[in-house]
Structures are given as C-alpha cells and as structure tokens.
Design a protein around this ligand. Structure first.
Ligand code: GTP
Ligand code: MG
Length: 193
C-alpha cells in the first residue's frame, strides 16, 4: 500500500468527539506495551506518528489516524497494566464499550498479542468481548523478531489455540522491527474495505 497521507485527526475520549466524516475504520486493541502504536507506524511507514514508548500506558485516548483520505486507524489505550487505579480502569472500560458497541464504520478490530508468550487471560477476555459485539477480529502475533525461527510455528499454533479463534478470523505473525507480516496485514485490512 502506498501511503500518501497519514495524519492524526483527533484524540477522543467520548463519542461526541469522534470524527464526523466517516471512512472504514480499524481499531487496534491489545495489552499495554504490546506494540499497537508501533504496528500503526510500520503499516504507514512513519517512525513515530503514533507515539510509542518502552513504558506501558503511553496511549490514553482514542486516537484517530486518517490514512490516504480513505480509512482510519484508531489507536486505543492498552489493557492489563497492573499499575492502574480501579477508577482509571472503569473509565477505560466505559470508553471502550462506548466505542466498540456503537461505532458504525468500524469494520474490524486488529487485536495484537505478543507472539513470544501464551495469550494472557486479558487477551482471551478481549477477544471474547469483541466477538460478543460480533466484530471481525484480525489477530496479530507481534515481536516475531524475538523468537528463534525454529520455534515460531509452535508459538503461532499455541496462540490460536489459547484464543480459541473463530475460524473466520485470521492470525498473522508480525514484527514491527523488521516489517515481517506487513503485506499480510494490509491484505487482511483491504478484505474489509
Ligand atoms: P501503550 O500505548 O502503552 O498501550 O503501548 P503500545 O501497545 O502502543 O506499545 P508501543 O507501540 O508503544 O511499543 C511498546 C514497546 O515495544 C516499544 O519499546 C517498541 O519499540 C517495542 N516493540 C513494539 N513492536 C515490536 C516488535 O515487533 N519487535 C520488537 N523487538 N519490539 C517491538
Ligand atoms: Mg500506544
């Protein structure tokens, strides 16, 4: 995919701030620090348009990125970060539900898991939550660059199994470091446009 334009349109905390102009939308979900913002940057060939950090909890709002005047990526705050108060967690839950439940242009959710590890209970819960809203999910196993080649297949199988994936959903191994899997992610996205 040739990227001519990529810009942040709004950082929203509630529905009334979502962009009015509608394009097919793809949201990124995943644990805090798993690599959601890094994946967006890699897909659109930008170094740090979506702000990344080695510290979890960098993304706190729903950040809408308009790409080529034809689709939005929505970077969302991660889950599963222990150092978060109950109050903040409730705020996060409300913001997510408002978005996933009602967002008409949302075509699919890109759920990012860390391919090095078994999906966590939070990952499984998030996957089930998205399926409850009948959303198509593209599951990405990221940080593939950190796993020896001989072990990658085993990790992929394990991730699919633990998530108990719907046969209609696809799993893509990926690395934001090397760009491995990038074309497969774009093809999956295009299949929903
Ligand atoms: P929050 O916004 O806090 O929820 O985090 P995030 O999911 O957006 O993670 P972010 O993209 O900020 O990345 C977190 C850290 O993981 C950064 O230090 C990235 O450089 C690193 N990282 C992300 N993807 C990869 C990858 O594929 N391989 C490697 N080796 N590191 C990665
Ligand atoms: Mg982020």
């Amino acid at each position: 995919m040739k990227i001519n334009q990529a810009e942040i349109v709004i950082s929203a905390v509630s529905e009334k701030q979502y962009p009015e102009e509608q394009y097919p939308e793809f949201a990124l979900a995943g644990r805090s620090n798993v690599g959601k913002s890094s994946l967006i940057n890699k897909l659109i060939n930008r170094k740090n348009l979506a702000r990344t950090s080695s510290k979890p909890g960098k993304t706190q709002t729903l950040n809408f990125y308009l790409i080529n005047e034809s689709l939005y990526f929505v970077d969302v705050p991660g889950y599963g970060y222990a150092q978060v108060s109950k109050q903040e967690r409730a705020k996060w839950g409300g913001m997510m539900e408002e978005y996933f439940k009602n967002r008409e242009p949302l075509r699919a959710v890109i759920l990012i898991t860390d391919l090095r590890h078994e999906p966590t209970d939070d990952d499984v819960q998030m996957y089930d939550y998205l399926k409850f809203f009948e959303l198509p999910v593209i599951v990405i196993g990221t940080k593939k660059d950190k796993i020896p080649k001989t072990k990658q297949d085993k990790h992929i199988k394990r991730s699919k199994k633990v998530l108990d994936m719907d046969p209609d959903d696809i799993f893509i191994p990926f690395s934001a470091e090397t760009g491995d899997g990038k074309d497969a992610v774009w093809s999956a996205i295009k299949s929903f446009i």
